[in-house]
Design a protein around this ligand. Structure first.
Ligand code: IPD
Ligand code: CA
Ligand code: CA
Length: 267
């Protein structure tokens, strides 16, 4: 059996090639899940490719994937091997011809996410990490930026497809924009977090689904980021798997950003 990290890298590159080809060759067919979440045929094909490779290579492993296997419950309590897959993170960018999209593959064992691979096939950038082994962009070691002043910091965030809870998010954006240098909405949460890991952004926050952040989380932590939440994590939830109020930044900026983002301050 191949090493897990090498398998994950190869699967991400394979799926990345597929989504590039799909966009070059075909007029992309798309649909809207739940009325407003864009999904293309490339999302489905890439999901089938990755989950097919996992099933063939590691028949005993469980899979959580956004398009074809999204319903696994209590994932943080799974003892055995679990793969967490987002076949295209940044589908809206992908469907509009932008280059900020990625394949995201994470592995967890005994309730701990230990491997992350995020591959942008349009820039050929492969971000990857194994717990305890450092974070890499292609073959280069990466580290978070050292910026410690909010007024110099560039912060990324994102917004959900469902706009019914937009109000508090807009308030947070206003608070961040008032004290930080600027804001980015780049359209791929996995890449946003990897860009914090690589020092291209100083911080990132958003509420997400597990497949959006599982792989990038390992990469950010291994690059020296503080990874946590600006909302309370319920005691019954394992923090690594908690999806709301995610905040990633270098350890100096993290508490400062957390203070700004907390809902009960500056109101
Ligand atoms: C989305 C992207 C986006 C984030 C959304 C995610 P998708 O994932 O990561 O940046 O703001 O919350 O749903 O739908 O492109 O896989
Ligand atoms: Ca996603
Ligand atoms: Ca996706």
């Amino acid at each position: 059996m191949p090493e897990l990290i090498e398998f994950a890298k190869a699967a991400a590159i394979h799926a990345g090639d597929l989504i590039v080809r799909e966009r070059q060759q075909n007029s992309l067919q798309h649909d809207f899940k739940n009325g407003n979440e864009l999904v293309t045929q490339a999302d489905l094909k890439a999901d089938a490719l990755i989950t097919g490779l996992i099933r063939k290579t590691y028949p005993g492993h469980l899979i959580l994937s956004e398009e074809l296997a999204p319903d696994l419950d209590n994932v943080s309590r799974i003892d055995g091997d679990l793969w967490i897959v987002d076949p295209i993170d940044g589908t809206v960018n992908y469907a509009h011809g932008h280059c900020q999209s990625a394949v995201s593959i994470a592995h967890a064992r005994e309730g701990r996410i230990d491997i992350g691979v995020v591959y942008n096939p349009f820039t050929r950038e492969l971000f990857w990490a194994e717990s305890g082994g450092g974070a890499f962009l292609n073959e280069q070691r990466i580290e978070v930026a050292r910026e410690s002043e909010l007024r110099r910091a560039i912060i990324a965030t994102g917004f959900p497809y469902d706009k019914s809870t937009l109000e508090p998010m807009l308030e947070r954006v206003a608070k961040v924009l008032r004290v930080c240098a600027d804001i980015r909405r780049l359209g791929s949460a996995a890449l946003d977090i990897c860009w914090v890991a690589a020092g291209r952004l100083d911080g990132y926050y958003e509420s997400l689904s597990l497949w959006d952040f599982a792989a990038a989380q390992v990469i950010a932590i291994e690059a020296g980021a503080q990874y946590g939440h600006f909302t309370e994590v319920p005691p019954e939830v394992a923090p690594q798997f908690h999806t709301d109020g995610i905040l990633v930044a270098n350890p100096e900026l993290f508490p400062k950003l957390r203070e700004i983002l907390r809902d009960d301050v500056n109101r």
